[in-house]
Write a protein that binds this ligand. Structure first.
Ligand code: B12
Ligand code: SF4
Length: 498
């Protein structure tokens, strides 16, 4: 069967700092290739809607799967599905991915027949079965598959993370993927899932708090197959088990792999497993993303971060000592007033690290969706990108955005001001000679992307598709409502982290 897999357009954040390959879609693509299908992929982070319709015309896919990891992309995907249905009546159109999994019945309702089904959970194995079953009339009985007629059993986790290595070769114009000066940059996955349970996050609810690892050999082989000189490790929390990180590194050394890396982890994991991060520094680790989320104990508790400001400060010291550049994330609360923004600006300027601010957003699939969603000021999917305020702000909304953008730009100037640009001019020129201009463009785009008027104005756009609020609000729901992949056994973060 001719199958086209499509990733939707970029959101605000990716317009500026990064654009990365859709690894999940590439893994689903690998599974479909294995099953003998003819597969093409199109990433609308790089290509246009015009290119998409051209692809429909030239490739004539019999099935189209949209990857819906981000809630803010829902209207775009629904509109594309509807337009596709008009042009290709017999085409089988389906959706999968992180956010899509949490709102499957709503997607089918919005699509009014343009979507044949939604695939909840991990897509590799089930998409093979799904395409085999098309025309058989019992799609809704497959695990994780939801159709207008109902849904089957809960989705199943794949047994072996090594089985479907990403079909990276199917992504076109790979030189467009980058993160900061790591330009171009590929992505890789060593582990899947997270054993913690932060209240604002859906990584743990998606995977039922499971945590699985690739074998070191398979991870190193995958790394060896990557052509790019830079690699982003997509794991939610890198190197929870240090021996796994060491084993992958040793396999990579055997294969003489030398690249530069970016990863994400937690402060307590960095402090506890300092040696493995220092070892990876020697292998080429350059950047680390730490979700500190708050600079006070109260904030950390509210996010159920299960960490402390002391551990956060210690983690920054560890990263400085081993020589890795840290990008910190803080969650801006809509309750913040001018004084609070001022404190955050002062704090951000007092440390050498890069600081990012995102806005607290209750997402379907998180605990805050149930505890906070009653207060939502909007149900426009497009605003759920953690750069917009969807809860009531203490400041008037336009003032909130002014303070937010002021804070972001003060912090941004610290890292991308003229002084720094002089320092990086050599690097920009070197990349330009290699035909890589993503990083150079990023340096100049801040004001175009982060603009308080634009962010405020986004609240007044016409809304075609509205999110449905959960039936039960105000308190944490029973586990089976939260999870996509139900947990096999109840587990604690500390047990899994050992
Ligand atoms: C890596 C990552 C990124 C990367 C790469 C994104 C990309 N191009 O794919 C970067 C750093 C760019 C990024 C950015 C953002 N991210 Co992000 N990201 C992740 C992360 C950590 C891992 C995703 C991943 O690659 N996993 C590995 C692959 C193998 O898994 P997967 O993509 O989920 O794919 C599987 C299934 O979902 C499914 N599937 C996927 N596609 C398809 C398609 C079909 C047809 C089918 C059937 C199945 C299917 O099958 C796959 C294989 O099992 C997730 C957290 C998580 N654990 O999921 C957050 C996460 C998805 N990101 C999130 C957010 C908020 C963002 C940002 C909005 C943040 C910001 N500050 O602006 C931006 C927006 C990006 C954009 N689109 O413009 C949220 C999503 C919130 C939401 N509900 O919308 C998550 C869940 C993090 C969180 N803890 O809340 N992100
Ligand atoms: S540690 Fe990170 S990935 Fe895990 S639940 Fe918390 S925010 Fe999500």
């Amino acid at each position: 069967m001719r199958v086209l897999l499509v990733h939707p357009s970029p959101l605000m954040y990716s317009e500026l700092y990064l654009r990365l390959e859709p690894l999940g879609m590439e893994r689903v693509g690998a599974a479909l290739l294995e099953a003998g299908h003819e597969v093409r992929m199109l990433d609308l982070q790089i290509f246009s809607h015009r290119d998409y319709f051209h692809e429909l015309d030239s490739f004539k896919p019999q099935a189209i799967g949209f990857s819906l990891n981000y809630l803010a992309n829902v209207p775009e995907v629904i509109d594309l599905a509807k337009a596709t249905r008009q042009l290709a009546r017999d085409c089988f159109i389906f959706v999968g991915g992180h956010s899509g999994s949490f709102i499957a019945p709503d997607l089918l309702e919005h699509a009014q027949g343009a979507l044949d089904c939604v695939v909840r959970g991990e897509g590799e194995a089930i998409t093979q079965q799904l395409l085999d079953a098309i025309g058989g009339g019992n799609l809704g009985r497959l695990p994780g598959v939801v159709t207008a007629d109902g849904s089957g059993t809960p989705p199943k986790l794949i047994e072996d993370l090594d089985r479907f290595m990403p079909a990276r070769h199917l992504m076109r114009r790979r030189n467009k993927y980058f993160i900061g000066e790591l330009d171009p940059c590929a992505s890789i996955e060593f582990t899947r899932g997270c054993p913690w349970d932060c209240s604002f996050c859906s990584a743990w609810t998606f995977y039922g708090r499971s945590y699985r690892k690739s074998t070191p050999e398979a991870a190193a082989e995958d790394m060896a197959s990557i052509k790019e000189p830079n690699v982003f490790i997509v794991d939610d929390v890198a190197f929870i088990h240090p021996e796994h990180g060491f084993a992958i590194g040793q396999e990579m050394e055997k294969r003489k792999i030398k690249k530069r890396y970016y990863l994400e982890t937690r402060s307590d994991v960095l402090c506890r497993n300092e040696e493995v991060f220092a070892y990876w520094r020697r292998l080429g680790l350059e950047y680390m993303f730490l979700g500190l989320e708050a600079i006070d104990e109260e904030g950390l508790k509210a996010h159920r971060k299960r960490s402390s400001t002391g551990v956060n400060s210690k983690a920054l010291e560890v990263a400085r000592k081993i020589g890795v550049t840290v990008a910190i994330n803080l969650i801006a609360d809509p309750e913040w007033d001018e004084r609070r923004f001022e404190i955050v600006r002062e704090w951000a300027l007092s440390i050498p690290e890069i600081v990012h601010l995102t806005v607290a957003t209750p997402y379907p699939g998180t605990e805050t969706w149930y505890t906070e969603s009653r207060k939502l000021t909007t149900r426009d999917y497009r605003l759920f990108d953690i750069q917009h305020a969807v809860l009531p702000t203490r400041l008037p909304l336009n003032r909130f955005y002014e303070e937010l953008v002021k804070t972001q730009s003060v912090i941004n100037r610290k890292h991308m001001g003229l002084g720094i640009i002089k320092d990086v001019a050599f690097l920009v020129a070197k990349l330009a000679l290699q035909g890589q201009t993503n990083f150079a463009k990023m340096l100049w785009k801040f004001n175009k992307v982060y603009n308080p008027k634009r962010q405020y104005g986004d609240h007044f756009k016409e809304v075609t598709y509205e999110m449905r609020l959960p039936d039960q609000t105000g308190k944490r729901p029973p586990g089976d409502l939260l999870y996509i992949h139900p947990p096999k056994v109840a587990r604690t973060a500390s047990a899994a982290a050992r």
